[in-house]
Design a protein around this ligand. Structure first.
Ligand code: IMP
Length: 430
């Protein structure tokens, strides 16, 4: 039995989807355990590009059961849109290969509205994806307002719940924001009951399913969304997402105890990117002709979900080391190494300077990290395309040196290197 977790060690968008896709053939079940349709997973398979936000990328493999775990917040509209898109692309989907936890929480339109009003007006505008993720998690924790997927299957109960929740929401919308936008509980209920009929075949207690799968000796692959530095507990708070996006989320978000994990793959880009606001010590904000822009253009660094340009900068091993320790990571996958072919020399941030002192541990608080200045080590670049590399010997010496240095600084082996979006553009280092 193998239980693998693929987790991002930066601020998301580390190209985890490709690694999940590569490892899927060795697994029977692929599980998402956090977040919602704020994630953007791009997978290129047989020359076709799939962009998934909510549904685990494992769905593309016919032998896999894809599971949306209890830790997610699910917008039924997005779920059904993705199912339709996948079906149109020829992927067979039914209640046997796509499971949705009855314990996952449901995103309603008022969550999106709350986010709009909250994020625009808040003192700390986080720059969220605007998908209602944070407000839905708030309602989950509040208990009085949270509605779970399983409740969609009980019409009368759902109507009562929505009447009481929506009344509270409308009071707040009117009082605090003077918002013209209020919601009609009965209309919302009818709308969601119609979605429920299509969701019904997929809904079950996925924790029970996963435990059965474990007992049957099946291999499970846990697919994190976002990156560990966006983890609500361990990331750059408050510029984080609202879930445990590090490997710490597996247990709570799926019901599978962490001790079952046999392999944890930490995925990093060969540089760093970030969408949304928040501190980013190695950011290259060096203008339209600068290296930051060159990396953004070459790496096509625009958000999968929102289309926003991603902020780009050098690799930060202080941050990666923190995330790797937090996740109990065994090995690293280094993605988009080919993008760094456009620079003359490469830099790695090995420490920060904070108030005149050199520090090696990552300060999780955004207001402290904001004051940290990166200390760099510079290595020669390789200035040649890597897209055709298929084995370690195909990589130029300078690129291998860069990877070795990452291993030394993070203290973990690099097992997989990606040199392009296609599955074949991968170098297995062992
Ligand atoms: P939220 O998850 O929409 O609440 O957004 C919170 C923060 O997480 C914002 O900075 C987003 O840009 C960021 N974020 C959310 N999902 C992703 C992702 O999949 N990749 C990268 N950043 C993300």
């Amino acid at each position: 039995m193998a239980c693998t977790c693929v987790v991002g060690l930066q601020w998301g968008d580390e190209a985890k989807g490709k690694i999940v896709d590569l490892l899927t053939s060795e697994h029977h079940v692929v599980v998402r355990y956090n977040g919602g349709a704020n994630a953007g997973h791009t997978v290129v398979r047989n020359g076709r590009t799939y962009k998934l936000s909510l549904i685990p990328t494992g769905i593309l493999a016919p032998h896999v059961t894809a599971v949306i775990g209890n830790g997610l917040v699910v917008n039924p509209v997005r779920f059904l849109e993705e199912v339709d898109q996948l079906r149109a692309a020829g992927i067979a989907i039914d209640g046997s290969n796509l499971l949705l936890s009855d314990h996952a929480h449901v995103i309603f339109p008022y969550h999106v509205e709350e986010e709009k009003l909250g994020d625009d007006g808040a003192a700390v505008a986080i720059g969220t994806t605007g998908r209602g993720i944070g407000p839905c998690y708030q309602d989950k924790v509040s208990r009085t307002n949270g509605i779970r997927v399983g409740e969609l299957l009980h019409p009368e109960h759902l109507r009562q719940r929505l009447r009481s929740v929506v009344a509270r929401k409308n009071t707040v919308f009117r009082a605090l924001h003077g918002a013209a936008q209020t919601f009609d509980a009965d209309r919302l209920c009818d709308e969601y009951l119609s979605y429920a009929e299509r969701l019904r075949p997929h809904i079950q207690d996925t924790t029970v399913f996963l435990h059965q799968a474990l007992r049957a000796g099946k291999n499970l692959l846990f697919e994190a969304a976002q990156g560990s530095l966006l983890d609500v507990d361990h990331g750059t708070y408050p510029f984080v997402t609202s879930s445990n996006s590090s490997a710490a989320g597996v247990w709570a978000g799926s019901g599978v105890p962490a001790r079952n994990l046999t392999r944890i793959v930490g995925v990093i880009k060969a540089y760093t990117s970030r969408v949304g606001r928040g501190p980013f010590p190695t950011e290259l904000d060096d203008g339209p002709q600068g290296i930051g822009e060159r990396i953004r253009t070459t790496g096509r660094e625009y958000g999968t979900v929102t289309g926003r340009p991603r902020r780009c900068g050098w690799l930060d091993v202080v941050a990666v080391r923190h995330a790797a320790r937090l996740g109990g990571v065994d090995e690293l996958a280094v993605m988009l190494l080919d993008v760094l072919s456009v620079v003359d020399e490469v830099r790695i941030c090995t420490a920060y300077e904070l108030d005149g002192r050199r520090i090696y541990d990552f300060p999780g608080d955004a207001f402290v990290l904001d004051r940290c200045r990166p200390i760099y080590e510079t290595l020669p670049g390789w200035k040649q395309p890597l897209e055709a590399a298929r084995k370690p010997g195909d990589l130029p010496a300078a690129a291998r040196r860069y990877l070795d240095r990452i291993t030394e600084l993070v203290g973990l082996p690099v097992s997989i290197v990606s040199v392009g979006p296609d599955r074949e553009q991968t170098v297995f280092m062992n």
